[in-house]
Design a binder for this molecule. Structure first.
Ligand SMILES: Nc1nc2c(ncn2[C@@H]2O[C@H](COP(=O)(O)OP(=O)(O)OP(=O)(O)O)[C@@H](O)[C@H]2O)c(=O)[nH]1
Ligand SMILES: [Mg+2]
Length: 265
C-alpha cells in the first residue's frame, strides 16, 4: 500500500497522527501542494470517504462564548450520538502576531484525551477574507469526508457571516446579553444571514430576558415578513441550559438536508 493510502486509511479511522498530517496538507496553500491535495482527495474517494458531514457555522460577537459553546456542543453531541464524530475548526482573529503557534493555549475547547470522535483545530484568520482563513475552505472540504459534523467558529466582523454562509449548511449567530445602556444588537446586514440565533450566557438573569425580547424585535425589524422567523435559542455554555435544543435543531436540519440530497454549496 502506498504511503498516501496508509495516511488516508489512518485518517478515516480518525487516528490523530495521520489526521493531523492530512489537515496540515490541506492547510498548505502553496501551488506546489495542489497535486498532493488532489491525490489525497482521490484516495479518500477510493476509500469511500465521500463528503458526509453536516457543517455548522458559529459566528458572532467577540467574547460571546462561541468557543466554550462549540466545545460543549461537540462533547454533548458525541455523548448523545454514540457513533457521531465531530470536528471543530476555530478561526482565531487574534493570532496574527503569534502565527498560530499558541492557538491551542488560548482556546477553551478541552476534549477528553483519547476520544477520537472529537477533533479540534484552530487556524489564524485572514483579514482580507472577512474573518475566515485561506485554509478554512479546503480543510472543511477534507473534514467533511471524515466526520459526521464539522463546527466552524468565526468572529462576526460583518463579512464573515456571508463567507460562512457559503461554507456551512446552517449558520448560527451567537450573541450575549446586552448591558443596560446598549439598545441595539447589531447592524441589520448581519442579522440577515444566520439561520438561527443563539443568545448565550443566559445564566446571567434579568439582562438575558430583556435581551431576548430586544433581539426578537431586532430580527423582526431586520427581516420583516419572513414566513418562518428564525429561532432564538437561549443557552448557557456554563450550565448546559439550552444546548440540547441547539443540537435538536442541527439534527432536524441534517435530516431535512439528507432527505433532499446534499445540495451543492
Ligand atoms: N456566564 C457565562 N459565561 C460564559 C458562557 N459561555 C462563555 N462564557 C465566558 O465568556 C468568556 C468568553 O468565552 P469564549 O468561549 O472564549 O468566547 P468567544 O466568543 O469564543 O471569544 P472570542 O473567540 O475571543 O471572540 C469566557 O470567560 C467564558 O468562560 C456562559 O454561557 N455563561
Ligand atoms: Mg473563541
Amino acid at each position: 500500500m502506498s504511503e498516501l493510502d496508509q495516511l488516508v486509511e489512518g485518517a478515516i479511522a480518525l487516528d490523530k497522527w495521520p489526521l493531523a498530517r492530512l489537515v496540515r496538507l490541506f492547510e498548505d496553500t502553496r501551488p506546489g501542494a495542489v497535486a498532493e491535495k488532489a491525490a489525497a482527495i482521490a484516495a479518500l474517494e477510493a476509500h469511500g470517504a465521500a463528503p458526509r458531514a453536516m457543517v455548522a457555522g458559529f459566528t458572532g460577537t467577540p467574547g460571546s462564548g462561541k468557543s466554550t459553546l462549540v466545545g460543549q456542543l461537540a462533547a454533548r453531541l458525541a455523548a448523545r450520538e454514540a457513533a457521531a464524530a465531530v470536528a471543530v475548526l476555530a478561526i482565531d482573529p487574534s493570532s496574527h502576531r503569534s502565527g498560530g503557534s499558541i492557538l491551542g493555549d488560548r482556546t477553551r475547547v478541552h476534549f477528553p484525551v483519547g476520544e477520537r470522535r472529537l477533533f479540534f483545530r484552530s487556524q489564524p484568520s485572514d483579514r482580507e477574507l472577512g474573518g475566515m482563513g485561506r485554509a478554512t475552505y479546503p480543510v472543511v472540504r477534507l473534514l467533511e469526508r471524515l466526520f459526521d459534523y464539522v463546527f466552524v467558529e468565526t468572529v462576526g466582523i460583518g463579512q464573515s457571516e456571508v463567507e460562512i454562509e457559503r461554507l456551512a449548511d446552517r449558520v448560527y449567530l451567537v450573541l450575549q446579553p446586552l448591558g443596560g445602556d446598549q439598545v441595539q444588537f447589531m447592524k441589520a446586514g448581519i442579522m440577515e444571514v444566520p439561520h438561527a440565533f443563539i443568545l448565550n450566557k443566559c445564566d446571567v438573569g434579568a439582562a438575558a430576558r430583556r435581551s431576548y425580547h430586544a433581539l426578537r424585535a431586532s430580527i423582526d425589524f431586520a427581516r420583516p415578513g419572513e414566513a418562518a422567523p428564525p429561532p432564538i435559542f437561549r443557552t448557557s455554555a456554563i450550565s448546559g441550559e439550552g444546548l440540547d435544543d441547539v443540537l435538536d435543531d442541527l439534527a432536524a436540519h441534517r435530516s431535512v438536508r439528507d432527505a433532499a440530497g446534499r445540495q451543492a454549496r
